[in-house]
Design a protein around this ligand. Structure first.
Ligand code: HEC
Length: 127
């Protein structure tokens, strides 16, 4: 009986967490360590290898003035003008699927909860 209950709980967890559900910003902070070699998130908007991610949730795709985005990232902006949580989720899962030949040399975050948490962190750090 106990075992059955455990299985049911796993099923509920698996189905109750759509990509847009709120993540945990504290856990996202540790996920963001994987991004910190290339990205800052600060109001001064200073770039590193990658553009500053301050306010990126809801920001224009390829929207940081003066940052040299790849042609592919600019192409994405033509079809998907805004970084919605859904678009970020897709990009962060594997950057090359939606921006092939983009400049972001990052393998991606295969775990949905890592993506959800880092998106929550990006939002929390942009206030
Ligand atoms: C090895 C360096 C590197 C790492 C690691 C990296 N990025 Fe990037 N990121 C880039 C570069 C370079 C670009 C610009 C891509 C382009 O123009 O094609 C970029 C672009 C982006 C963009 C688009 C921003 C905009 O202004 O349109 C987002 C969002 C982003 N990265 C999020 C992340 C997150 C979150 C992580 C960690 C999970 C991460 N990146 C890890 C280098 C990196």
């Amino acid at each position: 009986m106990k075992r059955l209950f455990g299985l049911a709980a796993v099923a509920v967890l698996a189905f109750s967490a759509p990509a847009w559900a709120d993540g945990n910003a504290e856990e996202g902070a540790s996920v963001f360590k994987k991004c910190m070699s290339c990205h800052k998130i600060s109001a001064d908007m200073k770039p590193m290898t990658g553009p500053n991610l301050f306010g990126v949730v809801g920001r224009k795709v390829a929207g940081v003035e003066g940052y040299a985005y790849s042609p592919k990232m600019k192409e994405l902006a033509g079809t998907n003008p805004v970084w919605t949580e859904d678009l970020l989720d897709k990009y962060l899962e594997n950057p090359k699927t939606i921006v092939p030949a983009g400049k972001m040399a990052f393998v991606g975050l295969p775990k949905p909860e890592d993506r959800k948490n880092v998106i929550a962190y990006l939002k929390a750090q942009s206030k």
